[in-house]
Write a protein that binds this ligand. Structure first.
Ligand code: NAG
Ligand code: NAG
Ligand code: NAG
Length: 487
């Protein structure tokens, strides 16, 4: 939608010499784009490296301010979703001297320790299972839960290496075909259901959901020379595994555990996969939620995926997003596209600690070194600290702003970005039943994409009748909290 220019006829009434609103955003009080479930991160590599650190758990999973590396004061992101990566790697030999085949490009920090060592026994109390594996990622999972992360998901990048055709957990020889052996479809389901059950009984955590695949339709990275664990699954193989997984969860008393699928990397692939499932009532019944990744960035039909999921009555998550842009610019741009067109009820960053601009905080999982928070960290804080679980997402009718409403607190939250030259943006709240008294203070926070202002808080904005406005520098993100608002 093209930005709406302020009509002078109606605008003059509230213009002053110091505030000129160039753009107007009208928040639709009657809209309801879903109840927000939360913001999150996948654990996996960063947590397997740094999972014992309480300070990092505080930074990501609380809202309190933590001093990072003695120099940076970081406002906690308050993430409430953590995705635990069930590993596919182990160092034991089987049958009797077969070992895991390791891709030459898979660095040690990406070989995630799995729990099931061999096919001899599916009993979790047998020596076929190593419950000492992956202590650091498990530690961070517990720390996240202890701090309030109440939506935990178990996900898999690849089946255990010994279930794979080439014994290589990075993917099949050609990268384009199934790597899970046809006689192991059920075993992959047994693996994940056993971990979910064991966690509920021994780790003190309950996984709300289990996702057995990661970017299963992809053919470009999940091969035998891949840089991480990965596995291609044809849609028909996915259907088979999903059916088994539902059965294995149910037989362990985990009927309430949701199956999420398929974590495709692109919106368009997710559409294609769902379309492949749609004629099969059993598999559609098994899938409780649609998960998709954001690696199509500015491309793809987010709206088509939303429509498909909504018609099937499924919740939809942006379950993985990441890129190497430390400035936060691409994150804001793609997050706003998601909120406008994909309409997820949760948004999950991939690795909050990572190198090359991928992390919100720079880190090297192999050298075990941690650097400073990137600007991207503060950009995400503008959203994650304010749009909180339980809020109702409203239609802000624009590509540059989103809005959420907290019924209990009578609070409206708006997050907006200005991509162009410095200008005022005007927010029209006239569609609400009540908006608080004229002149009341609206708190705002600002972060400059790239560098500069980092989550600075101001109390300089006032309600003027049913409107307010604020000046935005070029590429500035601002968050506003308006109190006393009633629908
Ligand atoms: C089980 O996991 C622990 C912890 O990582 C590891 O030291 C041990 O070697 C593993 N045992 C087997 C049999 O793989
Ligand atoms: C339908 O789904 C079930 C369970 O997920 C699966 O076992 C079966 O193979 C699927 N049927 C077809 C024709 O794909
Ligand atoms: C709001 O208050 C300002 C300043 O006191 C006043 O000029 C303005 O007319 C008021 N607007 C409304 C809609 O009441």
């Amino acid at each position: 939608m093209a930005p709406t220019l302020l009509h002078l006829a109606t605008g003059l009434a509230f213009l002053t010499t110091t505030s000129f609103a160039d753009l107007t955003t009208i928040i639709d009080a009657t809209s309801n784009r879903g109840t927000w479930e939360g913001w999150g991160t996948s654990l996996a590599w960063w947590a397997a490296a740094f999972g014992q650190r309480d300070d990092l758990a505080d930074i990501f999973f609380t809202l309190k301010t933590t001093t990072h590396q003695s120099t940076q004061s970081l406002p906690g992101l308050g993430l409430t979703i953590a995705r635990y990566n069930a590993g596919a790697s182990s160092t034991n030999t089987i049958n009797p001297s077969t070992r895991m085949v390791v891709s030459p490009k898979m660095i040690p920090s990406r070989q995630v320790q799995g729990f099931w060592l061999d096919w001899t026994s599916s009993s979790p109390s047998s020596p076929s299972w190593n419950w000492s594996a992956d202590p650091n990622q498990r530690a961070m999972l517990s720390k996240a839960a202890a701090r309030g992360a109440n939506i935990l998901e178990l996900f898999s990048n690849s089946p255990m290496w010994w279930m794979c055709n080439n014994h290589n957990p990075s993917g099949s020889d050609d990268g384009k075909s199934d790597n899970l052996q046809s006689w192991n479809h059920q075993n992959h389901a047994v693996y994940l259901a056993t971990i979910a059950k064991y966690a509920s009984e021994n780790w003190g955590v309950r996984f709300q959901s289990v996702d057995p695949f990661n970017e299963p339709s992809a053919t470009w990275w999940n091969g035998k020379t891949g840089t991480q664990e990965g596995c291609h699954f044809e849609a028909s193989t996915q259907a088979s595994v999903l059916g088994y997984l539902r059965g294995e969860l149910n037989s362990r008393g985990l009927q309430q555990t949701v199956i999420a699928a398929s974590d495709e990397s692109h919106y368009d692939e997710a559409v294609a996969t769902l379309n492949r499932f749609s004629g099969n009532a059993t598999v559609m019944g098994a899938v409780g939620r649609v998960n998709v990744h954001g690696y199509q960035y500015g491309g793809g039909r987010r709206d088509a995926l939303y429509d498909l999921a909504a018609r099937a009555g499924k919740k939809l998550w942006q379950s993985e997003y990441g890129e190497a842009d430390a400035t936060g610019e691409r994150l804001v741009s793609n997050l706003l596209l998601d909120m406008r067109w994909l309409r997820p009820t949760a948004w999950v960053y991939w690795q909050v600690l990572d190198g090359g601009g991928w992390g919100l905080i720079e880190a090297d999982n192999d050298r075990k070194t941690i650097g400073q928070a990137n600007q991207k960290y503060f950009v995400l804080a503008q959203f994650a600290r304010h749009i909180r679980p339980g809020m109702r997402i409203l239609d802000a009718g624009s590509d540059y702003a989103i809005a959420a409403y907290d019924q209990q607190a009578g609070k409206l939250v708006i997050v907006a970005v200005n991509w162009g030259d410095p200008q005022y943006i005007n927010f029209d709240l006239s569609r609400f039943g009540a908006v608080g008294s004229n002149g009341s203070t609206i708190k705002r926070w600002a972060t400059q994409i790239g560098s500069g202002t980092r989550y600075a808080e101001y109390s300089d904005t006032q309600l003027s009748g049913t409107r307010f406005w604020s000046r935005f520098e070029k590429k500035m993100v601002q968050t506003f909290e308006v109190t006393g608002v009633h629908l």
